[in-house]
Design a protein. Structure first.
Length: 148
């Protein structure tokens, strides 16, 4: 099996991030962790993922400090996975992916899940990219500067 190409030394933050969370299973595991899933068996049941692949992805997420392993809250011999601050910082990424999917991958009348504010029970406002003063930017209004 060919060795996987890594971008861990890349100058591009997107390339490095994709190395860590770009795998579809990893993103779905993180999504499930945000939804309160914490045990191996729960992840497996919810995702329908083979044990070996789930084990590998969980190990990687722990190694990258996105998830941490904790003793089970109920005092059993099992352990649980919890998002670290680094993992919780992925919230905006998942919300953005969700909103993109809602806008582009469903017919208008097609039912789908909706992310709601806990306090108001209303859908979240669409995420937008803004400059330091709060002005909403279009893609053509931003650029990447390489650092030396």
């Amino acid at each position: 099996m060919p060795k996987r190409l890594t971008h861990e030394g890349a100058e591009c933050p997107v390339a490095r991030a994709v190395d860590v969370i770009g795998d579809r299973w990893s993103l779905l595991i993180v999504r499930d962790a945000f939804d309160g899933i914490s045990r191996f068996s729960e992840f497996q049941r919810n995702l329908g993922l083979a044990k070996n692949i789930l084990s590998s992805r969980l190990r990687e997420l722990v190694a990258h400090e996105i998830l941490e392993v904790l003793p089970a809250a109920d005092g059993s011999a099992y352990h649980e996975y919890a998002l670290t601050q680094k993992g919780r910082d992925l919230f905006a990424i998942l919300v953005s992916l969700r909103q993109w999917g809602e806008g582009h991958l469903f017919d208008e009348a097609e039912p789908h899940s909706v992310l709601l504010d806990v306090k108001t029970k209303r859908p979240l406002r669409k995420l937008e990219v803004a400059d330091a003063a709060g002005r909403i930017l279009e893609p053509s209004e931003a650029f990447v500067r390489k650092v030396d």
